[in-house]
Design a binder for this molecule. Structure first.
Ligand SMILES: [Zn+2]
Ligand SMILES: [Zn+2]
Length: 111
C-alpha cells in the first residue's frame, strides 16, 4: 500500500485476501493474494475496515469476471452486503452519467 518494492530494501510478504484456515487455499487457487511490505501487512490485519474493503474489492473483481453464484460456490459466503450492491449500482450509474456528460461537453467544444 506504500508502494515500496523489494529493491527499496523492504521485506515483502504475501497476504491472503480471504484469510483463515477455511479460505487460505482457495485464495491461492484464485490468485487472491496481495504482495505487501511487512509494515503494510501488519496495518491491514490491524484494521478490520481496511481488510473488509480489500475483500469486497476482490469479490467484486471476481464477480465482474465470473459471477456472484460462482463466488459463493467457491468461497461459501459473500462479503458484499445488499447495501454494498446498492452503492455499487449507484456508482456505476453515476460514473456512466458523468462520462456521457463529459463526452457531450467535448462534442460542444469541437463544434
Ligand atoms: Zn508497505
Ligand atoms: Zn495477511
Amino acid at each position: 500500500m506504500c508502494g515500496r518494492k523489494a529493491t527499496d530494501g523492504v521485506v515483502l510478504t504475501t497476504h491472503h485476501v480471504f484469510h483463515g484456515n477455511k479460505f487460505k487455499l482457495v485464495s491461492e487457487r484464485y490468485g487472491m493474494l496481495l504482495t505487501l511490505c511487512a509494515d503494510c501487512h501488519k496495518r491491514l490485519h490491524a484494521s478490520r475496515e481496511l481488510d473488509r474493503r480489500v475483500q469486497k474489492m476482490c469479490q467484486r473483481e471476481f464477480e465482474n469476471r465470473y459471477s456472484r453464484k460462482e463466488f459463493i460456490s467457491v468461497f461459501k459466503k459473500s462479503w458484499l452486503m445488499p447495501e454494498d450492491d446498492r452503492y455499487y449500482k449507484q456508482e456505476v450509474f453515476l460514473r456512466r452519467a458523468v462520462r456521457t456528460m463529459l463526452d457531450e461537453a467535448d462534442n460542444l467544444h469541437l463544434e
